[in-house]
Ligand binder design. Structure first.
Ligand code: SF4
Length: 108
């Protein structure tokens, strides 16, 4: 074995272990930093009439109306935290951050 090699087998194993640990740490950190946004747009179980109401009231999963979102609407029925709720008017999964034309603010 030559002593003139840049990396010994031990160096290579140590660097590989350190790199592997960094890769696992980085992947874990990335998963914690970017939680998947809640999506309540699966309407495959809705009947055509229920879908027609949802469409005619222009339900959207992310409100574009400042201060108006399903979680602050009288019609909203919440579910578990970070889960889709439901609505007394619009059928199907409802995002707490969603909005439709039937919005009625909860009393203060
Ligand atoms: Fe959301 Fe519209 Fe239902 Fe109110 S009526 S909870 S704004 S979908």
């Amino acid at each position: 074995m030559s002593r003139e090699r840049i990396f010994t087998r031990r160096d290579l194993l140590q660097k590989s272990a350190a790199f592997g640990a960094l890769a696992v740490f980085g992947a874990t950190a990335a998963c914690k930093e970017a939680p998947k946004p809640l999506s309540c747009e699966d309407t495959t179980a809705l009947s055509p009439p229920d879908m027609a109401i949802r469409t005619s009231l222009q339900y959207i999963d992310n409100s574009n109306q400042p201060g108006k979102q399903c979680s602050s609407c009288q019609q909203f029925i919440p579910a578990a935290p970070n889960a889709c709720g439901s609505c007394k008017v619009v059928k199907g999964p409802i995002n707490p951050g969603g909005y439709c034309k039937s919005f009625v603010a909860k009393p203060a």
